[in-house]
Design a protein around this ligand. Sequence first.
Ligand SMILES: *Cc1c(COP(=O)(O)O)cnc(C)c1O
Length: 424
Amino acid sequence: MSDYQFNTKCVQGTYRPKPGEPRVLPIVQSTTFSYDDSDYVADLFDLKVGGSFYTRIGNPTTDGFEGKMNLLEGGVGALALSSGQSASMFSIINICNAGDHVISSSSIYGGTFNLFDVSLRKLGIDFTFVDPDADLDEILSCAKPNTKAIFGETIANPSMNVLDFEKFAAAAKKLDIPFIVDNTLATPYLCRPFEHGANIIVHSSTKYTDGHATSVGGIVVDGGTFNWDNGKFPGLVEPDESYHGLKYVEAFGPAAYIVKARVQLLRDYGCTVSPFNAFMFHLGLETLHLRMERHSDNARKLAEFLSGHPKVQWVKYPGLKGDPYYDLGQKYMPKGASGILSFGIKGGAKAGKDLIKHLDMVHLVVHLGDLRTSILHPASTTHRQLNEQQQIEAGIYPEMIRVSVGIEDIEDIIKDFDKALNAI
Ligand SMILES: *Cc1c(COP(=O)(O)O)cnc(C)c1O
């Protein structure tokens, strides 16, 4: 299955029914699994055999989703969770304790920024935010002896910076710490971060993975490439007393990180995705290749239209020639630059709010990655908990409108924007 081309993996990987079983990955809406031998269940608990025993920690439908995302990203294992936020949180707390430090790009999703800057800080994990366009030396100068990870987004939501993987991977290598990438906006169809030096990938599967705006969820994928036995990550090397002395690296080798995240963190924190949502994500991934191609095509065409419109001040889209991130976009996402663009409208925040009122087909929603084109004013909605300085550092300007371009006919999308722009 791993020799299939990407599109075939979307459609066919990884669920394989046995004779008489459903052709489509079934929804196993059951908390529990029945056995007739306690010794076998003991082996399940000891992780000596694979299988489900309680849905908080694993479920056959969830396994199907995890298997497919792992195949698409090219990892050694994946862990589905209840939201993108829990995926970002797990990716950090699986390797950081109170007293540790993380370097993060400052250009990240507002929810992730708050998670790091407020909630994880309260747990004693320290963060330094660095401009992703800073040079390697400046990034390295943020490091401390207790730095345990470096974090960035492939395409930053919503500032639309493309991450310079080579530079971030070089910093991580030099510091001997893992490089964690949020690949939500690009998806593995457009960019495969493990091929560019990432060690761990997180997704909000709420967005393009689902693709139809039905379900909230997240996933962590482990590339299996980081050597945890370097003296910085005792939690992965030394015995886990809460799991009768299990040593993750010794027992699971390259999959140590993702096994620990499941059997320790998911066991204790319980940010479990529902099997129904896992089914929706798996179904979404079956058409990921078709949707991402069309999202990217339509976004490029809308970006070209908007950049020629007299009421538009600026357009940011890494797939648009002349964009500051065009070259990085071509380098890391040669098949397309995803469906999200932002633009500044003449007349500032007020004109932006007016525009939204004059659109018919395109609705205002707090979401992205849906197959329906949608629009948002980040400064007054998703990023309103940041102060103005933090907003500008995250690339949010008052006149900025974010569009999540859908897979409708591009003529209809352009017509709706043209009519609304001309009405203000
Ligand atoms: C939405 C989003 C998240 C958070 O995901 P939820 O599923 O809403 O918890 C994280 N990262 C990025 C890039 C996002 O767009």
